[in-house]
Write a protein that binds this ligand. Sequence first.
Ligand code: ZN
Length: 134
Amino acid sequence: MHEWALSDSVAAAALEVKKEQNLKTVDEITVVLGAVQDIAAEAFAEIFDEVKKNYRGIENAKLVIETEPAQFACLKCGNIFGLEREKLDHETGEAIHFLPEMAKLYIKCNKCGSPDFKITQGRGVYIREIKGEN
Ligand SMILES: [Zn+2]
């Protein structure tokens, strides 16, 4: 379960920021989830609510989840294109969700049709902002 590991690292990182910035409490944590990864936002939010209880000072923090859209760069013609999720059928969307490498089988450059591309955006998971009181 990636969501547990992610929740733990987000909580630990928030605690670090709290220490660094001398915050009394952490009220809000904004996490950005890339569209091309296998983290289920809902499960992550639920698990985080459990995990944060183990971290003193952030146990009341509200988790805000933002999604970063996917973007690809064609290695053949240099075209930059996005993933239009609604154009994928459900099964394909699921396959990509659970195994991002599968994307290569389904997604092709919308200009030259090449399946050789790199993911330039939407792959990472990071903390955008931590709000608290000092
Ligand atoms: Zn291309």
